[in-house]
Design a protein around this ligand. Structure first.
Ligand SMILES: [Zn+2]
Length: 842
């Protein structure tokens, strides 16, 4: 399920109506372990990272699949069969292990002419992802004709919809320990492959059914929610940091499903979206809600028809959050698959949560027979949801395709965001109305690696980006030729806007949210994206397929400077340090590369897109590679490694077992390390490290560590635990603050008061706001709100009395690998703490 990390209080507000609480599995949402974000990954980072390393050597290339529109169907690919793995967690449940899927699909391709299977991606752990297409046979010419129609639809052009095979997408098992979507996919594919029913024959003549058999092979095998890198894939769609997410994104872009369902567990009774408010403001919601609600009602009937009862089976009737709950299961952030799919044309999309829990404590404690009984019910229910969905598409095909065309047409025409009429479906009230104002365009100045990253990300999400061939005027200024332009008169303007707009502060509209409420690629990714509101805007521009290269080295023979203002520059610097180049850090935070290393600089400029300039000075502190002992969450571990740092995961248990500190320069603490829980030997070893090493902390766990270890004099104050979003900050000229962007991201924000004389403020929440977009309310007693954070220190630095250089973060600079513009601030903290500590104690 969409594991709720915070706000357990909501569970009492959200009991679905009409379903009583009863054993064995009451119809209450499971909000997970209720852990604070800071503790969420405690102990996970280390084990998952080890797994990923073992499975995926760095040489494993990412599989980038694109569909072949010049081949007909069926395709009968012989899928490679992985080695048997008797430890696959699916086996205990009587479900198919990952290693048996390929053989099963090879067999299903052989039984007739309806099934085609392809490997379309590879997990973080190196396991194959399978996309199955079920449809009536097509000649190559017919496949090309279908693709032509798909493109016309995407342009918002009318087609002869009765000739178009409507695409339906079923995504299985995106959370690895919510297994049964995979088995339901295989069951339904087998039915479709072998059915002699005229109804199925008609279905396959008029639709293409796409099944992502398991979206998370690592998690399926390991019996865990995230993938092998420890990422929740169903939070990754705005960022696409993981290969599985990129594969799913490509499936949706290339096949353009009119309807999609995402199969999860476990909520009893079965949860079927659409959702409660707030609703994403960038959807064509009038088209969406009618179709989504209608399909949900059909799914509900199909599940009821299975005949499971609370008394007999412990299975409660389905619930539809839009109809049955007030709030708490929203479609605000497009981080979830069904909330991302509409931007690529889905006019109905659903999270389905089948009811019978088999993961967590139940997996370990329930008898095998009971677990297998529950899994059988889940497979039945998931299969019913799939059948109901394809029947819905079969019965409403031309209308659904027409609505998809209309969605893209409105975007291409640049029509204003439509106000959805109240009562468009029963229960659609003022609380459901969310709108946005689309600008005419966004201008993205081509000023460096961050702009290139943003442009490439937009293009990867199928947003059209142009590049100005002449200077143009907008917003009272002149933008030079070469500026990127996102013209909002385009079919996927919703996708563009949901990434580039600042977002909205929705704190006052709902009490609490399901997951994050704020994100913004324009404010958090280090590049500018200026909205242009003038409707007469015009720029001479041509579409681009990729951003221009950003790496450069100036001519000449002198030393070079590299501003550490982007993750790509950090990556380049770490590469140079790894090669043993004698880089120094100037007082202004710029890295200085000696003239003798120009060839190496050219290589990394090209490899990472890092822009070098002529160095105005050559003196500075010598830098060396920073080796990090990291008690961090999985996303932070991933990000630190992505930046090129050498990271050794640690935890309370690792330190208590005896840890060799000689290989560490800096300790990073944000998760899974408690100073008070260290045994005397571990404490003594850590204390002697602290006499010469640096420390960086984040969040509550980090602040507690700072206090318990007696580092900096500072009191950490916690904002409301579920507060999250984009905030405005102001930075000082300190070693960490200098050069930082004007926005940061927070989740369970913290600030520091009662600062000792040794403590320097690097960054503060601004005196106004500071929330720009997201959700941040005060606690019921009035504390912990954004007003309380105004003007307070968000990031501080200092040197404790032992000499350790310390930085404390109250913000979330590496959250889910998303706020890429904040990564260099983390790097500066690491370089500063490592080098300051060493200088003091040679
Ligand atoms: Zn799930």
């Amino acid at each position: 399920m969409r594991l709720r990390v915070l706000i357990p209080l909501l569970s009492v507000l959200l009991l679905p109506s009409g379903t009583a609480t009863a054993d064995p599995t009451p119809p209450v949402r499971d909000f997970g372990n209720g852990a604070d974000r800071n503790e969420e990954a405690a102990g996970v980072a280390e084990s998952t990272a080890t797994t990923a390393r073992e499975l995926a050597p760095e040489s494993t290339p990412e599989l980038t699949w694109r569909p072949d529109h010049d081949r007909g169907y069926p395709r009968r690919t012989t899928l490679p069969i992985p080695p048997d793995n008797p430890a696959d967690a699916s086996i205990k449940l009587g479900l198919i292990p990952h290693h048996a899927i390929a053989a099963k699909l090879n067999q299903l391709q052989a039984v007739g002419d309806r099934v085609s299977a392809e490997v379309v991606g590879r997990s973080a752990g190196g396991r194959d992802m399978y996309l199955v297409t079920v449809t009536a046979p097509e000649s190559a010419a017919e496949t090309r004709r279908q693709e032509r129609m798909r493109r016309q639809i995407e342009s918002g052009d009318r087609i002869q919809t009765r000739k178009y095979k409507a695409p339906v997408f079923v995504n299985g098992n995106i959370h690895g320990n919510e297994w049964e979507g995979t088995d339901a996919n295989l069951r339904v594919i087998e039915e479709l492959a072998t059915s002699t029913s005229p109804q199925i024959k008609d279905l396959l003549a008029h639709t293409r059914l796409y099944f992502n058999i398991t979206a998370n092979p690592d998690g399926r095998v390991l019996g865990q929610r995230p993938n092998g890198n420890g990422f929740d894939l169903n939070r990754d769609f705005v960022t696409a940091s993981q290969p599985e997410t990129r594969a799913m994104r490509q499936i949706m872009i290339d096949n353009q499903p009119v309807v999609m369902i995402d199969l999860h567990g476990y909520v009893n009774g079965t949860l079927v979206e659409p959702t409660t408010p707030p609703h994403g403001a960038n959807y064509e919601y009038d088209l969406f809600i009618r179709n989504a609600y209608a399909n949900a009602l059909g799914i509900e009937q199909a599940i009821l028809a299975l005949g499971y009862t609370p008394e007999k089976d412990g299975t409660f009737p389905p619930q539809i959050p839009f109809r049955d709950s007030v709030e708490g299961w929203d479609d605000w952030p497009p981080i979830f698959t069904p909330q991302y799919a509409p931007f690529h044309g889905a006019v109905a999309s659903h999270t389905i949560e089948f009811p019978m829990r088999v993961n967590g404590g139940d997996y370990n404690n329930q008898p095998v027979a009971e677990l297998q009984r529950r899994s059988r019910i889940n497979v039945d229910i998931a299969s019913a949801a799939i059948r109901a969905t394809y029947t819905f598409v079969q019965n409403n095909r031309e209308k659904l395709v027409g609505d998809q065309i209309e969605m893209f047409r409105r975007g291409a025409a640049g029509e204003p965001s439509k106000q959805v009429p109240l009562g468009i479906v029963p229960g659609f009230g003022p609380e459901d109305v969310y709108n946005t104002t689309y600008p005419r365009a966004y201008a993205i100045p081509a000023t460096g690696p961050a702009a290139g990253r943003l442009v490439d990300h937009l293009i990867a999400n199928d947003v059209r980006v142009d590049k100005a061939v002449l200077p143009f005027r907008a917003n009272g200024r002149t933008y030079p030729a070469g500026t990127y332009v996102v013209d909002m008169r385009q079919p996927k303007r919703g996708m563009a806007n949901v990434m580039l707009e600042a977002g909205a502060d929705i704190s006052q509209r709902v009490d609490a949210m399901y997951d994050i409420s704020g994100w913004s690629h324009a404010l958090l990714w280090g590049a500018s994206a200026d909205p242009v509101t003038d409707r007469r805007f015009h720029a001479a521009a041509v579409p681009v397929k990729a951003a221009s290269p950003t790496g450069s080295v100036p001519h000449g023979n002198g030393p070079l400077a590299l501003k550490l203002d982007d993750a790509k520059a950090v990556r380049a610097l770490n590469d140079l340090l790894g090669q043993g180049v004698a880089v120094t850090l100037a007082a202004d935070g710029t890295a200085i590369v000696p003239a003798s290393a120009r060839a190496a600089a050219r290589t990394v400029a090209d490899r990472y897109g890092a822009p070098f300039t002529r160095a105005g000075q050559t003196s500075g502190t010598p830098l060396s590679s920073v080796r990090i002992a990291a008690a961090v969450s999985a996303d932070e571990l991933f990000t630190l490694r992505e930046l090129g740092f050498a990271v050794t995961p640690v935890s309370t248990a690792v330190l208590n077992a005896g840890f060799d500190w000689s290989g560490a320069d800096v300790l990073f603490v944000s998760s899974g390390l408690s100073y008070g829980a260290l045994n005397p030997a571990a404490k003594a070893a850590l204390d002697s490290f602290l006499a010469k090493g640096g420390v960086v902390t984040r969040g509550g766990t980090g602040a507690n560590f700072n206090a318990a270890a007696g580092l900096l004099t500072a009191t950490a104050v916690a904002g409301r635990g579920d507060a999250n979003g984009v905030v405005t900050v102001s930075s000082t000229t300190g070693p960490v603050g200098a050069g930082s962007p004007a926005h940061a991201f927070v989740y369970s924000p913290r600030w520091f008061t009662a600062l000792g004389p040794e403590v320097k403020v690097e960054q503060s929440y601004t005196a106004e706001g500071p929330l720009v977009s997201g959700h941040w309310r005060a606690n019921p007693d009035g504390t912990g709100g954004p007003e309380a954070a105004r003007g307070q220190a968000a990031v501080v630095s200092g040197r404790d009395e032992r000499g350790a250089a310390v930085v404390l973060f109250g913000t979330e600079p590496m959250f889910r690998n998303h706020p890429k513009g904040l990564f260099p601030q983390v790097a500066r903290a690491l370089f500063w703490t490592a080098s300051s500590a060493k200088v003091l104690t040679p």
